[in-house]
Design a protein around this ligand. Structure first.
Ligand code: KG4
Ligand code: ZN
Length: 373
């Protein structure tokens, strides 16, 4: 009989619920995004996020159970994101998870959101009956995080044993997704920035770079990242070149009236802007790929996992695949759906914890900066 875990995720601006059997088979995965609510503010507004989670949590969990053809009493455990994230948002999922677990007398499993992102890669691979080998170097790259971990199975013979994590590097300022969002905003391209910049960079063809961004040099830990200098370089370049102003205003107006699709924004971008976007993306991708590959090589670890919202970036995936092929490393990504925040990854991460008795009780609280250990 399989073990079915109901996963609940509410750490940021997605209310999500999913049912996963044995940490491997996705029976359902429902995500209610709040992007439309936060878009006009150009980023996530914590108070609005909590309120929306309160509105969404019950219907989202109900939908996940319906899609899995289960009634709630048939799930074996509840896995819930305990942190890191926005405290008000986390509390909605935690409170609901706790009350479900209490009323049904089922185990409650606390999950670290970052561990969820790592499990997303395994979950995806396991759908295709592939088991990535551990130890691995894992890059988690999203709007809130840019961090490199070494991941090991505590019991090498047993993939369902708990895993241990060692942080190798992290961003010292902005997360990569945050840099995408800020650059898109200053170019008048709306929010979130990653998907539209990804497509515009791909459409740049051989548009020349109007400015060159050098690789970021890091003092101290060479596996740390920094993206705020790059974002500021884009800002100064745009400010110093008044010829960008008119097209930025035209795009801002288009986005404000709801014309924010790629086909609507592309004609409002000059070749110079496309070249700039391409150069920005080249710099981000080069930095993420170089440091991750260097970490894997120096640790002698042949497996690389890449997860989080920015892992949906097509140029990043292609660059990792090319370099990994050259160096005979294996690189794994989740599908696009499992790259961004979802609850299937939380249910999958809860499975080994449940099996190893890592449970929480009604005292479980939200932790904005829960470390991954
Ligand atoms: O993992 P996620 O859904 O939420 C966080 O935990 O932050 O990631 C969202 C982030 C946003 O910053 C968004 O701009 C970025 O991921 N993103 C992308 C792409 N799709 C989403 N960045 C670059 N290229 C993409 N295709
Ligand atoms: Zn996330």
């Amino acid at each position: 009989m399989s073990i079915r875990i109901l996963g609940i995720e509410s750490s940021c601006d997605e209310t999500a619920a999913a049912v996963v059997a044995d940490g491997r088979e996705i029976l359902s995965s429902v995500v209610a995004s709040q992007i439309d609510i936060h878009r006009k503010y150009g980023g996530v507004v914590p108070e609005l996020a909590s309120r929306e989670h309160v509105r969404q949590i019950v219907p989202v969990v109900r939908e996940a159970l319906e899609q899995a053809r289960l009634v709630v009493s048939e799930v074996d455990a509840i896995g819930v994101t305990a942190g890191p994230g926005l405290v008000g948002s986390l509390l909605v999922g935690i409170t609901y998870g706790k009350s479900l677990a209490e009323s049904l007398n089922k185990p409650l499993v606390p999950v670290n959101h970052l561990e969820g992102h790592i499990h997303a890669v395994f979950l995806e691979a396991r759908q295709a009956r592939i088991e990535p080998s551990l130890p691995a170097v894992c890059l988690i790259v999203s709007g809130g995080h840019t961090v490199l971990y070494e991941v090991c199975a505590k019991d090498r013979e047993n993939v369902d044993s708990l895993w241990s994590y060692r942080k190798i590097g992290q961003t010292r300022d902005d997360a990569a997704g945050e840099a995408y969002d800020k650059v898109a905003k200053l170019l008048g391209l709306g929010y979130p920035g990653g998907p539209i910049l990804d497509r515009l960079a791909a459409a740049a063809g051989n548009a020349g770079a109007p400015v060159k961004f050098a690789a970021t040099k890091m003092k101290g830990n060479r596996y740390d990242f920094s993206f705020s200098g790059l974002k500021t370089a884009v800002l100064y370049h745009v400010r110093e070149n008044p010829d960008y102003r008119q097209e930025i205003q035209a795009r801002e107006a288009a986005v404000a009236r709801g014309d924010r699709k790629f086909d609507q924004l592309l004609p409002l971008c000059s070749q110079k802007t496309l070249g700039l976007v391409k150069e920005f993306q080249n710099a981000v991708v080069r930095d993420l790929v170089d440091r991750t590959i260097q970490a894997a090589e120096s640790l002698g670890v042949p497996t690389i996992l890449v997860s989080g919202g920015v892992a949906a970036n097509r140029q990043l995936r292609a660059a990792f695949e090319d370099r990994a092929r050259e160096l005979a490393l294996k690189v794994y990504f989740p599908s696009m759906e499992l790259s961004t925040d979802n609850a299937a990854m939380i249910a999958a991460a809860a499975y080994p914890r449940l099996k190893n008795g890592v449970l929480a009780d009604v005292t479980l609280n939200a932790s904005a900066s829960l470390p991954l250990a």
